[in-house]
Ligand binder design. Structure first.
Ligand code: DAH
Length: 330
């Protein structure tokens, strides 16, 4: 028996100890073997052998349990040492992204008009001549087409130059009344300090029964909207021309930089032009076969709004993907 005490003492691993346990205490282990041998002994001897074996059995078990705890503790310590993580070590800085200022501004615009019960429509970026021009009272060879330099594909298809064709698409596919806005990208052959070949607009259209929609309705909602976007600014309407509205107006806000006193950004006028609008021209309703209706429409450039809200000087910086600029909007 004594060699088993030594074996337990010398066991170097939990696995080895387990082998020893099976050899000693198992069904075919030494203890079982020794007990079996008792059969041939006399009664007197039996009692003695049984007593001795039971003593061995319990002290071997004590040794075994103690050793097992020691080995397990050791094993755990080794694992902890091997898997140690130094949380104070240097790691590359990771930072969360943020919405691009143009998208953030667009979200805010959509938020306002959604709250005013306008549905959001998208249309398509590749348009045809009818939706982008013809139906908007811009017939072929009309000089107003020159206001927007166009990217053409074959077969009269083009990249939409404004979001106004979404007005046409919506009226062609639904019956009045209509309350919609159309946020999205538009494209023009233009590239300088204040123009990029792609930019974003939000279009608005409201149509109801004849006589129900007035310029006063348009004026009210746009003033409210502009104060929502720019805070406490003054708003003024200037007569203007768009082929799809009559009468038409351009809308100015008092300069957000100089508060109206005149600076470089507002060309010393104290005013900044921010959108175009008007009462929907009857030719547009005719093109989509709407009868006995009235409506107003408006359109604005999202980049211009973003630049005025965030005081960004150069339009092109919005498209350069410069991380230093974008990080300021986190
Ligand atoms: N489509 C015009 C543009 O791109 C903007 C615009 C002006 C839209 C007046 C309108 C409107 O719906 O009524 O310059």
């Amino acid at each position: 028996m004594n060699e088993w005490y030594d074996a337990i003492k010398e066991a170097q691993s939990v696995e080895k100890l387990e082998e020893i346990r099976i050899s000693v205490f198992g069904k075919k282990g030494v203890l079982a073997e020794e007990f079996a041998k008792m059969k041939n002994a006399s009664d007197e001897e039996k009692a003695q052998i049984a007593k001795d074996l039971n003593t061995h059995k319990s002290s071997l078990m004590n040794e075994f349990t103690a050793k097992k705890i020691t080995l397990q503790t050791l094993q755990l310590q080794e694992a902890l040492k091997a898997e140690y993580i130094d949380v104070s070590l240097y790691s590359a800085k990771s930072s969360a992204g943020a919405l691009h200022p143009v998208m953030e501004t667009m979200d805010r615009i959509v938020e306002y008009f959604s709250a005013m019960n306008f549905a959001v429509k998208t249309g398509t970026m590749v348009e045809d001549d009818f939706n982008n021009f013809e139906a908007l009272n811009l017939p072929k060879y009309h000089p107003a087409r020159d206001m927007q330099d166009t990217f053409y594909f074959k077969d009269e298809m083009l990249l939409r130059t404004h979001t106004s064709p979404v007005q046409i698409r919506t009226m062609m596919s639904t019956k009045p009344p209509i309350r919609m806005i159309a946020p999205g990208a538009v494209f023009r052959r233009d590239y300088d300090l204040t123009h990029t070949p792609m930019f974003h607009q939000v279009e608005g259209l409201l149509v109801d029964e004849e006589g129900k929609v007035s310029f006063a309705n348009l004026k009210y909602i746009l003033e409210d909207f502009l104060k929502y976007m720019f805070g406490d600014v003054e708003v003024r309407f200037r007569p203007s021309f768009f082929p799809f509205t009559e009468p038409s107006a351009e809308v100015d806000i008092s300069c957000v930089f100089c508060k109206g006193s005149g600076c470089r950004v507002c060309s010393k006028t104290g005013w900044l032009e921010v959108l175009g609008c008007g009462i929907v021209d009857s030719n547009v309703f005719e093109a989509v076969k709407y009868e006995n209706v009235s409506g107003y429409a408006f359109g604005l450039g999202v980049e211009r709004f973003a630049m005025l809200i965030h005081q960004i000087g150069d339009l092109r910086s919005l498209f350069e993907g410069d991380i230093k600029l974008l990080e300021q909007f986190q």
